[in-house]
Every structure is written in C-alpha cells, then in structure tokens.
Design a protein around this ligand. Structure first.
Ligand SMILES: [Zn+2]
Length: 168
C-alpha cells in the first residue's frame, strides 16, 4: 500500500473478485424464495445471482442496526435537553433537528472502477469496489452463489484495517 502504483494494482486485482455492481439495478428485494433451493438441482445462472444479491446484499438502514446520531448531534441534543428543550418561540429553521446517519456511511457513492483510498483522518487503506448501486454491499459472486446469505468480503489492506473492521 506504500505507493499509488501498488494501490492501483491491488484495486485492479481485487476488483476482479469483489464488486458492488447490481447486475439488474432497480429490481429491488426478491420477495420470493431464491435462497430456498436445492443447490445441487439449481442451475447457476445470472438470473439466480441477480435474485440472490438483490435479496441478500442490499443494505437497509434501520434505527435498530445502523442509524445513529453523529457525536456532534448527540452532544447538541444533550445540551438542548439540559436547557429544558427548545423554546417554542424559537423559529423552526433555527431549532436543532438532529439527523440520523448510517454508521457504515450508506448510501455509498457509485464508482466507475475499484480503488484503494484512505478516508480523511484515518490511518488505514480501504478497498472500494466498482459500484452502480448505492445500497449494495460488496460481494463476490461465487461466494454469494455458494453461501446464499449476506456476506461481506473486504480484502485485507493491513493490520489497522482489520482492527477497524473488527471494531465495527
Ligand atoms: Zn445503514
């Protein structure tokens, strides 16, 4: 990860294996049962992969899982509570209205090709797959076809990245 050339090579190689491309964007979750099959009697087709990834790999934000206040908004909410809430006389546009955000930073921006980046203030490199679906978790098509459940396969970019992933 020490040079841009080595990072580009890493992204290119792993980009063959890990993707966030939705083969049929706009299909939405498959409400039938693409996972309740006998794998030995099911032909491996693009159509089946499309159904699996749209069923298993799309991220759905919820307050029970990933939506949270940012530290800044939580602090503002705490201070507003200490003051006894916000006075009704305060103009609506000036009232504090915290927004919940996904702790995984979803939705993720579309990307024309895979890359390795380092986010602002972070010490580790991060692989980001080619993406055409802002809610698709990265996946490996073969593993998705075999596992028939949600997977997450970020390639290891270093010890610090592993520690961060484990802490999520
Ligand atoms: Zn989320």
């Amino acid at each position: 990860m020490s040079t841009q050339e080595s990072r580009d090579r890493f992204a290119k190689v792993w980009g063959y294996h890990i993707t966030a491309m939705n083969p049929q964007r706009g299909q939405g979750a498959d409400e039938s049962k693409p996972l309740s099959v006998n794998p030995l009697e099911t032909n491996v087709t693009w159509e089946w992969l499309i159904r699996i990834v749209n069923r298993c790999q799309r991220h759905h934000c919820s307050t029970a899982y990933c939506l949270q206040l940012t530290k800044k908004d939580a602090e503002q909410a705490r201070k507003a509570g200490e003051r006894g809430g916000q006075p009704a006389s305060q103009p609506v546009e000036e009232r504090f209205s915290p927004q919940l955000t996904c702790r995984f930073q979803c939705p993720w921006a579309e990307q024309a090709k895979a890359r390795v980046i380092r986010k602002l203030g972070k010490k580790w490199w991060l692989f980001e797959a080619q993406r055409n679906d802002t809610y698709m978790n990265q996946y490996n098509p073969l593993i998705s076809l075999c596992w028939l459940a949600n997977t997450n396969c970020p390639p290891c970019t270093g010890v610090q990245a592993v520690v961060n992933y484990a802490a999520e």
